[in-house]
Design a protein around this ligand. Structure first.
Ligand SMILES: NC(=O)C1=CN([C@@H]2O[C@H](COP(=O)(O)OP(=O)(O)OC[C@H]3O[C@@H](n4cnc5c(N)ncnc54)[C@H](OP(=O)(O)O)[C@@H]3O)[C@@H](O)[C@H]2O)C=CC1
Ligand SMILES: O=CC(=O)O
Length: 304
């Protein structure tokens, strides 16, 4: 199967590489064209513009940063709309709001093409391992055509019906993830303080601190989020798997969805403030766990 792939950021690069590894022929484009070279080394060909990729491929996937990037790649000069038409499909896997997705759907439909939105849950590692969860909606025939690609990219794909449902589901999931991860960071700080005291007490009492760790890890307070992100957070190292600016964009779009539907979400609103603050501190391009810096600055103990 031949596919086009637009957008080779953290996720797009891993996903396109995965398709190549599984025998797909892939034509790639990225705004910063130089980034295509890594994929060329894996067997991809390059399209000079989004329109050139769509002209070459029956199916084109996009993985772009946000609503404005998703719209620009479709509607601007040399964009997807210049070449989309009867018999061609466009699949946007970026995380955007339902209104953005609907605009793209209408634009593609007017040209006679088919459109599926298919945002994903799962970060850099699941993208590399083909373990994403795909939340698709829109044209069912195109969805069915894309199943071989979705099977490579993800461990499960859902077809959620009319356009907008995939975008909304993704925003709800990420709103929960953003709030929970902030709570988990705060909990981790408290846990780390308790843990430090526990390790000290064990040591002074003639017990092995390592055995204490082994025992705790097997019990009810074992904490997967802390295990995954904790060690690098404590070093203040936030190499991005999921950039903080994207997490904040998802919180913002989810809160707007809450506004539209009059759903009160005080926990998410507070989490959004913390992510906003982190962006204002210049942490937008770091991993979203860098929100830890905000929590520390607000009086949490960073010495854990
Ligand atoms: N990272 C993660 O863990 C996950 C991310 N997502 C979502 O996937 C999407 C991509 O995320 P990720 O790969 O991490 O993001 P990155 O920031 O790493 O990549 C963003 C991509 O969008 C391109 N881009 C940005 N602005 C424009 C524009 N105006 N026109 C054309 N291209 C543009 C960038 O091009 P250039 O290289 O030129 O800057 C790059 O290819 C986002 O919507 C994110 O929310 C979903 C699940 C997990
Ligand atoms: O959108 C981010 C994710 O981890 O899912």
């Amino acid at each position: 199967m031949e596919v086009g792939f637009l957008g080779l950021g953290i996720m797009g690069k891993a996903m396109a590489a995965n398709l190549l590894r599984h025998g797909f022929r892939v034509t790639v484009w990225n705004r910063t064209l130089a980034k295509c070279q890594e994929l060329v080394a894996l067997g991809a060909t390059v399209g000079e513009t989004p329109a050139a990729v769509v002209a070459k491929c029956r199916y084109t996937i996009a993985m772009l940063s946000d609503p404005s990037a998703a719209l620009s790649v479709v509607f601007d000069k040399d964009g997807v709309l210049e070449q989309i038409g009867e018999g061609k499909g466009y699949v946007d896997m970026s995380t955007v709001d339902a209104a953005t997705s609907s605009k793209i759907f209408e634009g593609v439909k007017q040209k006679g093409g088919a459109f599926v939105e298919a945002p994903v849950s799962g970060s850099k590692k699941p993208a590399e391992d083909g373990q994403l969860v795909i939340l698709a909606a829109g044209d069912k025939t195109l969805y069915d055509d894309m199943v071989p690609a979705f099977d490579v990219l993800g461990k499960k794909s859902f077809f959620l019906g009319e356009i907008g449902n995939g975008a909304k589901m993704k925003l709800v999931v990420n709103m929960i993830m953003g709030s929970i991860s902030l709570l988990s960071i705060i909990t981790s700080i408290l846990m780390m303080n308790s843990l430090s005291e526990g390790l000290c007490l064990a040591d002074k009492s003639g017990l092995s601190p390592q055995t204490l760790l082994d025992v705790l890890d097997l019990g009810a307070i074992a904490n997967p989020m802390f295990k995954m992100k904790g060690p690098t957070m404590l070093q203040g190292s936030y190499n991005p798997a999921f950039p903080l600016k994207h997490q904040q964009k998802d919180m913002r779009l989810a809160l707007a969805l809450g506004d539209e539907n009059a759903v009160s979400m005080p926990v998410s609103a507070a989490a959004n403030e913390a992510f906003k603050k982190a962006r204002s501190l210049g942490l937008g391009d770091q991993d979203f766990s860098a929100v830890y810096e905000v929590v520390k600055g607000a009086g949490g103990s960073g010495q854990a």
